[in-house]
Design a protein around this ligand. Structure first.
Ligand code: AMP
Length: 528
């Protein structure tokens, strides 16, 4: 026997239908790269998305096709999120900060059919066009091109129908070793994630919310905000530029109540506020995630009466995993005690399960004793089963995803990240591959061995340093090694320092022990 309730499938187009019906006039403001500003609203976003759906159909786009974007945060990007899923397609948000070979790989691997891009990325598009083999149509968001394209349609159409387990979005993460890997979200997983995001401990959103998301729409689905924002009918304020002066000015003019970004963004905002005496009197909820939020940042926001959600998550978890939700005894704690709670990575909302397993014996599940650290695993309805195009394997059934983070779980469920097993470094919210840095360094004739590790940096959270063993009798300087690296990696990947040592620690299997190396450089400090 089945229950006798309605089948209301969890497809994300329901979010925009709801926003357009119940919050039609709620504004979507954009500050564009050229300094101009425009205003639209949920009803118009829906109408434009329907027009886009018609325009995509005319291009021959059908169910399951990938529609890519290369764009900052703005209203036309938001229209595209809903237009792409509306045609039954899969929205693929490409991170423009990746390198050419990664960009080449992911667009071809995704088999993108159409690319919508900001004029600011025209040089990138011109450079990559010859390498992208599947993209049939390029449409620029600026210079009237996008408006003309959808303007030829009337919006009198229906969204594509389908199953709630159909894919709706594809995000690649470079936070793993090897090629970037694709995470293919479903309508259902995205809807459940969007509804969860509304909770007070996470985004705390309702119709009074005015949200300026600094977290880019091209990284980890902007933490799902374009979906959950529609569910709550919030006012969005987008900025296509990330200048703290512009952001602060916008926040005050538009009376922004909520903002979300990585710690580096908040730091830049503080610096601007200190230099100019600017305050943010309307801000009441700040979401910080993607990297550990430093204590002074939490203190400063909390002292000014802002509610802070310090969140942990991953592209692979849609990305919400945990936030610093209040514990039952929150009110009994003094300020320092409350900051202590927020400084850890917080607790799960309903729908996410965490466990830590022994680093050497993954079959051994560790106690939540607040002391033992292990490999953090996660499961739930918006957690990845397997990467895009990866073959199903035995681990699918078990459904515990290995995060590559090392953590302690406390008896009350609080997550405390302590390290990483994955060999990547996160700088200002974006990933740097230590393996690629090492390979590039090892190709220098004077280098016998090289290892890259992340060191805490006050501005970027982490920056790479390169530890090098010279070949016997060889002479080389740190600057020479950096110049050598610059031939094969992007400038922002270059290590902040090159340290020469006699030997690098190795583990039992002969591999470099990053854990021991990080321990060796524990006191090492980098300054701005
Ligand atoms: P991404 O998929 O790029 O969002 O990166 C996810 C990874 O970022 C996680 O596996 C962690 O290593 C790191 N991360 C995310 N949030 C936090 C946090 N609050 N504190 C420390 N590290 C974090």
């Amino acid at each position: 026997m089945l229950g006798a309730m309605q089948d209301w499938d969890l497809r994300v187009t329901r979010l925009i239908d709801h926003a357009a019906r119940e919050h039609a006039a709620r504004e979507i403001v954009t500050h564009w790269a050229d300094g101009s500003e425009t205003r639209t609203n949920w009803a118009e976003v829906r109408r434009d998305a329907l027009k886009m759906t018609q325009a995509l159909r005319k291009l021959g786009v059908t169910k399951g096709d990938r529609i890519a974007t290369l764009a900052m945060n703005h209203s036309r990007h938001l229209v595209t999120w809903y237009g792409a899923v509306g045609v039954g397609g899969v929205l693929h948000t490409i991170n423009p900060r990746l390198f050419d070979d990664q960009l080449e790989y992911i667009a071809n691997h995704a088999e993108d059919q159409v690319l919508l891009y900001d004029a600011a990325f025209q040089p990138l598009v011109d450079r990559m066009k010859v390498k992208w083999t599947t993209i049939k149509r390029y449409i620029c968001f600026d210079n009237g091109e996008f408006e003309d394209w959808i303007g030829a349609e009337d919006g009198e159409t229906e969204w594509a129908s389908g199953d709630e387990r159909d894919p709706c979005m594809l995000c690649y993460t470079s936070g793993t070793t090897g090629n970037p890997k694709g995470v293919l979200y479903q309508h259902r997983s995205t809807m459940l994630h969007a509804i969860t995001g509304l909770q007070p401990a996470i985004f705390d959103m309702d119709a009074t919310t005015v949200m300026l998301p600094v977290v880019p729409m091209f990284h980890a689905a902007s933490w799902g905000l374009p979906w959950s924002g529609a569910a709550a009918g919030i006012k969005f304020v987008f900025s296509a530029v990330n200048d703290p002066a512009v952001l602060c000015d916008l926040m005050n003019r538009e009376k922004v109540t909520h903002s979300a970004g990585v710690p580096t963004v908040w730091l830049a905002t503080f610096q601007h506020m200190d230099a100019t005496g600017t305050t943010l009197p309307t801000l009441r909820h700040a979401i910080i995630g993607g990297s550990a939020a430093p204590r002074f940042m939490l203190e400063r926001l909390m002292q000014s009466g802002v509610n802070v959600a310090h969140a942990w998550g991953m592209t692979e978890t849609s990305p919400i995993g945990t936030t610093g939700a209040k514990t039952f005894d929150w009110a009994d704690k003094d300020f320092a005690g409350q900051v202590d709670i927020k400084q850890m990575q917080g607790r799960v909302p309903f729908g996410v399960e965490l466990r830590c397993v022994d680093l050497d014996d993954p079959a051994k599940v560790l106690l939540r004793d607040g002391q033992t650290s292990g490999a953090l695993q996660v499961r739930g309805p918006w957690v990845i089963k397997r990467y895009f195009k990866a073959d199903a394997d035995a681990t699918d059934a078990e459904q515990w995803f290995d995060t590559g983070d090392v953590a302690i779980l406390h008896p009350d469920g609080t997550l405390q990240l302590t390290d990483r097993t994955k060999d990547v470094i996160k700088s200002g919210g974006e990933w740097i591959s230590s393996v690629e840095l090492e390979n590039a360094a090892m190709s220098h004739p004077a280098v016998a061995e090289a290892a890259a590790i992340g060191i805490y940096h006050p501005k970027w959270d982490e920056r790479p340093i390169l530890v090098v063993v010279k070949k016997a009798g060889a002479e080389v300087s740190g600057d020479e090694i950096k110049a050598h690296l610059a031939q094969s990696v992007a400038k922002w990947w270059l290590p902040d320092a090159v340290e020469f040592v006699d030997q690098i620690p190795h583990g039992g299997t002969g591999k470099v022990s990053k854990k021991d190396l990080r321990e060796q450089f524990r006191e090492y400090t980098l300054t701005d």
